[in-house]
Design a protein around this ligand. Sequence first.
Ligand code: ACO
Length: 319
Amino acid sequence: MIYSKITGTGSDVPEKILTNVDLEKIVDTSDDWIRSRTGICQRHVRAEDEVTSDLALRAAQRALHAAGIAAEQVDLIIVATTTPDMVFPSTACILQAKLGVTQGAAFDIQAVCTGFVYALSIADQFIRSGSVKCALVVGAETFTNLLDWNDRNTCVLFGDGAGAVVLQPASEPGIYSTHLHADGRHVDILSVPGSISAGAAVGSPTVQMDGGAVFKFAVKVLKQASLEALATNHISMDDVDWFIPHQANVRIIEATAAKLKMPMSRVIVTVANHGNTSAASIPMALDIALRDGRIKPGQKILLAGVGGGFTWGSALIQM
Ligand code: ACO
């Protein structure tokens, strides 16, 4: 039986930091309001000449280095992103070229903030089928591109960043199971309802959100997806060393952990330092917690994501 295992992780954020106090000068908000409602203290914002694949490249290089893998060994690249460099080619193809890889498949997937869980699940299937030997799975966003900096309801929530993992075959898990869901009826509560046509933006190419509805839906499905992973693997939350939910905001994370009866001491929370980085948030949190020593080899981790679509999903993994 072939399983897949994460053998290296990496992450990256742009240098420029935008604090809550900086935001006070842009919109009618306050550090106190943002911290108390979201737990976010600062976010990173791309430089003018920085694109999603630049962040993806640095995260990928760190993940490859951690895995002890040369880029030429990669035979599948999946980039989960809502903010691709271009309409086409895919950010995965652009990343492939920047890495100097010329073999295998490369494609993007779009499941907004659940993107990394979707990408991990897809890569896991390729590895377990035996058709891929080394997958690079990246969540990367320049999500600040989609913000209306006059809309205090949304612009305080998001930031830019990237996280990456290397996935390789192993004789034991690795990835125990992944669980993906979508329900396209909920487009009205979270979307960027714009596109490009005849060389111009049509519609409204910035984030529109019903914050209260998103909050309730996110907590509900993060709990459902987490319980599904536990049930599939016949374990309880007590058997999980760390819970990494999508880093949207601390109140969603705390409410979900409470519903799962998971103590916050075993929940990885990194959102304070980078805001909601959409598809990048889970692999960034995983990398940060591995590198600071919280997550140790052999530990079981439950990942749970939720995002626009709506999409949601979970993965039970062992490092
Ligand atoms: N600064 C100051 N005031 C603000 C701000 C701001 N940045 N944003 C909104 N407000 C105001 C509103 O205008 C409103 O004012 P009003 O009552 O005069 O109309 C008031 O604050 C709303 O306050 P609350 O109801 O107390 O806000 P709430 O506790 O619902 O928090 C929040 C709002 C943070 C958006 C919450 O609903 C939430 O976290 N929702 C989830 C949103 C989210 O995380 N989205 C991320 C994308 S989804 C994903 O990743 C899955």
